[in-house]
Design a protein around this ligand. Sequence first.
Ligand code: ZN
Length: 290
Amino acid sequence: MKKILSLVILCASLSVVAQTQNFPRVIVIGAHPDDCDQDAGGTAILFAQMGYAVKFVSVTNGDAGHQSEGGGMLAMRRAAEAKEAGKRFGVSYDVLDNHDGELTPRLEVRLQIIRKIREWNADLVIAPRPNDYHPDHRYTGVLVQDAAYMVAVPNVAPDTPPLKKNPVFVYSQDYFQRPNPFRPDIAIDITPVYEKKVHALDAHVSQVYEWLPWIGGYADQVPKNVADREKWLATRIAGRITPDMKASLEKWYGKEKAAQVKNAESFEICEYGTQPSEDDIRKLFPMLKK
Ligand SMILES: [Zn+2]
């Protein structure tokens, strides 16, 4: 009995510790159900492994992303894929019911995003820049910019309690050069979890093995054998480490460690959120260790 009682006390005190550890809360926002995964999936795995609560939000339901399927059936298929990917990443995954390929930066969607960031009580928001070939990606960038600051204004979307503080907003990496190239303020070594990232992206079968190869003109390269697919996907999705990213990795991890990085994700600090100091960045991203 005494043993049981002390076990109960131990469990109770452990749960108090878990509640009071006060981990930062992270929300990643993308246009389609697979965008967050590619943009910040490795970083999300590292966060989840440290005990952070991470949410992915897709602003559209992905109902246009296929060459032979579409509409509600495709949206349902993609929602199921996102759910499975979320499980593999260790994050929760929400898909908003806006049409794919038709996203515009309108007030209705801005309010949806404000509510999502508030409900998650986010400290860190990750989203694309508004420079991108795809209008849904561009407008997701604009919509999240429009939600910054407003998330703390009580009279906007008054049905959802405002945040006490404007979160830190960061842009996920891209390679577009106009009007200005992406600036990797923060670079995360995801080499140790890269296989896990690939495994999670593998859940988006309709995208990584069907739609993207079809529209990209490389459908003939997808392995016929399912067992060979993840290995192929790993080479397909590996992003380049640009000289700027390399310099950022060296700044955060030191030269020696940075030289060993094979896969990385990087982020640019958005001017519209709280501006973090170097110290704040190391607190938000404790995986940055020299
Ligand atoms: Zn997309």
